[in-house]
Design a protein around this ligand. Structure first.
Ligand code: PEP
Ligand code: CO
Length: 468
């Protein structure tokens, strides 16, 4: 199945033909008994109850039918017919939920998608780490600076980034703000992707402010020229398919804050199934995917397509249990495994996992997060990643899947549309000494636009060469 051959999302967005999933679930009754890792220590239980009640009466941000369509798209990935591009900030912020920043991120995602679609000749499923990525798991519950210890920053949905007791106190009211910022962001994304901005005829315009001084931009410009000629040829032949004028875009975030995710879960009136309507594609993080834990229980209860991050400590036995729990009916597209092994470990730890899944026969999409296994601190204590390590992990991912005859189904990355200096390397050869220039992330270091395009070109080449 070609990913562009079924109806576009537009109809669903403007005039849902079926009733959207609006039935409220009493969230507190659904709260499981299991231990829940990485939850904030909310200081005010009454306020939390008020907030979750309010959230459970809010309109859904996404519709069940859209989630089902994404499951179909991801089923094409499990069959080896499509490729996932998932990315965005490590941590979205309320301040960053504005038109300029959202457009810049989306534009970078569109440019990467064009490079992949054209360069690798594969349909690309576009998923933003956007419109809900406001909660962060942390390795330590507190942070100490100059002898002062305060709660760690857990994302704008929980507390403030500033290092002060007031800012770091978890505030349930932030969950409501996260909902509203998600709504604004998703609305912008829907408008940009269906209202003309994502039209392929804009392929040069997305690059406009970028081309002159950037090697990645210049390389992109050449590719855009080829696409223009192909489009002109198609028009001359009398064809101008609607699929070239809009883009199907999906949202995703880590389903971390269970107060929020349960409050936004709804029963779909068509099917009676429960959907998490905070996002199309929730994923469970490496730190919260314990068997028997509350996050897994939540993921099991919803009909959305779900992702789960798996790190180098994952055993084949645990993985098979995880797969059975998350996709007992073996629905293609329901489950995506997001591997984040580290460039140095992937060749050793991924093969036994791929073997175990292949011999079990479970349908999964394998995608590669080459960011989270490759973070290190510079001597002066700045968290960074080198683009070469990111590329090495992607190369290792392709090599393993090629050797095993399985499909390398996509990439999951942290990037921004701005010219930040948070990761080293890339065509500008950013060095550790450059990092201070524009280091703006609220959490992990992100690829800037140029590095993101560098990555897309390399991935497109790897994909193409493994097909031949
Ligand atoms: C993340 O994606 O930002 C994250 C925390 O990842 P992981 O669960 O892989 O550590
Ligand atoms: Co991160």
């Amino acid at each position: 199945m070609s990913v562009t051959s079924t109806p576009s999302l537009q109809g669903n967005f403007a005039f849902p033909t079926e009733l959207p999933a609006t039935d409220r679930l009493p969230w507190r009754e659904r709260w499981p008994e299991q231990p829940s890792a990485q939850q904030p220590d909310w200081p005010d239980a009454d306020r939390l109850a008020e907030v979750t009640d309010e959230l459970s009466g809010m309109p859904p941000l996404v519709f069940a039918g859209e989630c089902d369509l994404l499951t179909e798209r991801l089923a094409a990935v499990t069959r080896g017919e499509a490729f996932v591009l998932q990315g965005g900030d490590c941590a979205e912020t309320f301040a960053g939920s504005n038109a300029t920043a959202v457009r810049a991120k989306l534009r970078t995602l569109l440019q990467m998608a064009v490079v992949l679609t054209y360069g690798a000749t594969v349909p690309v499923v576009k998923i933003g780490r956007m419109a809900g990525q406001f909660g962060k798991p942390r390795s330590k519950p507190t942070e100490t600076r100059d002898g002062v210890e305060l709660p760690a920053y857990r994302g704008d949905a929980v507390n403030g980034f500033d290092f002060s007791p007031q800012a770091r106190r978890p505030d349930p009211g932030r969950l409501l703000r996260a909902y509203h910022c998600s709504a604004v962001t998703l609305n912008l994304c829907r408008a940009f992707t269906t209202g003309g901005y994502a039209d392929l005829r804009q392929v040069h315009a997305w690059n406009h402010d970028f081309v002159a001084d950037s090697p990645a931009g210049q390389r992109y410009e050449r590719l855009a020229g080829d696409i223009d000629r192909a489009l002109a040829f198609m028009r001359a032949c009398g064809t101008d398919p609607a699929e070239l004028h809009t883009v199907e875009f999906y949202s995703s975030h880590e389903a971390l804050l269970l107060d929020y995710e349960y409050a936004l879960s709804r029963v779909d009136s068509r099917t009676g199934k429960i959907y998490d309507t905070s996002t199309h594609f929730p994923w469970i993080g490496e730190r919260t995917r314990q068997l028997g834990g509350a996050h897994l229980e939540f993921a099991k209860s919803i009909a959305n397509p779900v992702g789960v991050k798996i790190g180098p400590g994952t055993t084949p036995e645990d993985l098979l249990v995880l797969i059975r729990q998350l996709n007992p009916d073996r629905i293609p597209g329901k489950l995506t495994l997001i591997t984040r092994m580290g460039a140095g470990r992937i060749a050793e730890v991924l093969p036994p996992l791929v073997d175990a899944v292949a011999s079990d026969g479970a349908p999964v999409a394998w995608i590669c997060d080459p960011m989270h296994g490759n973070t290190f601190e510079t001597q002066s204590g700045v968290k960074t990643r080198h683009l070469d390590a990111v590329l090495d992990e992607v190369a290792g991912f392709f090599a393993v899947h090629r050797a095993k005859g399985t499909h390398p189904g996509g990439i999951h990355i942290e990037f921004t549309g701005d010219n930040v200096t948070e990761c080293t390397g890339g065509s500008f050869e950013l060095a550790v000494d450059d990092l201070h220039q524009r280091y703006e992330t609220a959490c992990d270091p992100r690829l800037n636009r140029s590095q993101a395009l560098d990555l897309a070109f390399t991935v497109a080449e790897s994909y193409r060469s493994q097909e031949t």
